[in-house]
Design a protein around this ligand. Structure first.
Ligand SMILES: [Zn+2]
Length: 323
């Protein structure tokens, strides 16, 4: 393969859709496609869809298989990057699936696998806001809280590919129960569902707020977008929820800064779209909790919906030492 003319395929496997892209080595998009993941139809169907989508971007991009340097795949973990096996992906109903081998056999192209949060971090490092960063930690803030850690320019995976589970740092020993079984994890305190839960608890305790009006009285419609709108209109309860969320995140990020001394902390995921509503309380908390925090080191992710596929492309680049 002539590397200078080569292309890379990025695959982002999620519980609701699969995104596949064909990119050049600079991360420019040559072609992309996405399709809903038909999980109820079973493993075979989903795997067939992934292989077909890969064939499709090769066709759309009018390139030959010989010009493809490799395929990077991001998927929910836990997984084994060396063997390319997904141990368990509850959203996809997969267990011990040798995804790397299946894609290599289905396409004839060398393939690498890693978890989606790691790849979101690597994507920002190679193509996004972290280009000039050497030591970077990315947190994805959404239904859960995931993370990826870059040390000396490389993804840090730990001994069993288990590193980066920043969402499961204990923040409050007796806090809310987390999905992992522990109590008071950052994810249990600062994820989107927890923000909604704290809001509902405050409303049932009789706190004044415009939030019920914003959702037409249907409290099940409260989400982080509604909370952001309410806070921007000056709603005291919504402001309090964002402030507390930023404090929880600030405690966790302060721990990370004290241990790893990163030069950049990147916030991604849907909840990060709230911007200053989160950044301000995080920066305030860091003043007290982090021994060396520069407020400017906390930044928002840049790659948005392309983070998954670009991270997968970056995985191939990093594994082949193309940068
Ligand atoms: Zn947990």
């Amino acid at each position: 393969v002539d590397i200078s003319k080569g292309y890379i395929i990025g695959v982002d496997v999620g519980g609701t859709d699969v995104k596949v892209s064909l990119n050049d080595l600079k991360g420019n998009f040559i072609a992309k496609t996405s399709l809903p993941t038909y999980v109820p139809k079973g493993e075979e169907v989903v795997l067939h869809q992934i292989i077909s989508a890969i064939e499709e971007v090769i066709k759309l991009g009018e390139v030959t298989k010989g010009e493809i340097i490799g395929i990077g795949v991001g998927a929910p973990g836990p997984l084994n990057t060396k063997e390319g096996i997904i141990y368990h992906a509850p959203n996809l109903n997969w267990r011990n699936l040798p995804l790397k081998k299946i894609i290599e056999e289905g396409t004839g192209i060398r393939t690498w696998l890693d978890n989606d949060a790691n790849l979101a971090a690597l994507g920002e490092k190679v193509f996004g806001v972290g280009k000039d960063s050497q030591n970077m930690i990315l947190l994805t803030l959404g239904t859960g809280i995931g993370g990826g850690i870059i040390i000396d320019g490389k993804l840090y995976r730990g001994s069993d590919d288990g590193a980066g589970e920043v969402g499961h740092m204990t923040i409050e020993p007796n806090g809310y129960r987390c999905n992992c079984g522990n109590r008071g994890c950052m994810e249990a305190l600062a994820s989107a569902p927890n923000m909604v839960r704290r809001t509902k608890e405050a409303l049932s305790a009789g706190e004044e707020s415009i939030i019920p009006e914003l959702v037409g009285g249907d409290l099940d419609k409260i989400d982080t977008k509604v909370l952001a709108t309410a806070a921007r209109k000056g709603d005291k309860l919504a402001e309090k929820i964002w402030k507390k969320t930023g404090e929880y995140l600030g405690i966790g990020i302060g721990n990370l800064i004290n241990v790893l001394s990163p030069d950049m902390i990147v916030l991604g995921g849907g909840v990060s779209h709230a911007g200053d509503l989160l950044l301000e309380p995080i920066r305030e908390t860091l003043k007290e909790r982090a021994m060396q925090a520069n407020p400017a080191m906390i930044v928002l992710a840049e790659l948005g919906n392309d983070a998954g596929v670009l991270g997968a492309v970056a995985l191939v680049i990093q594994n082949l030492n193309l940068v």
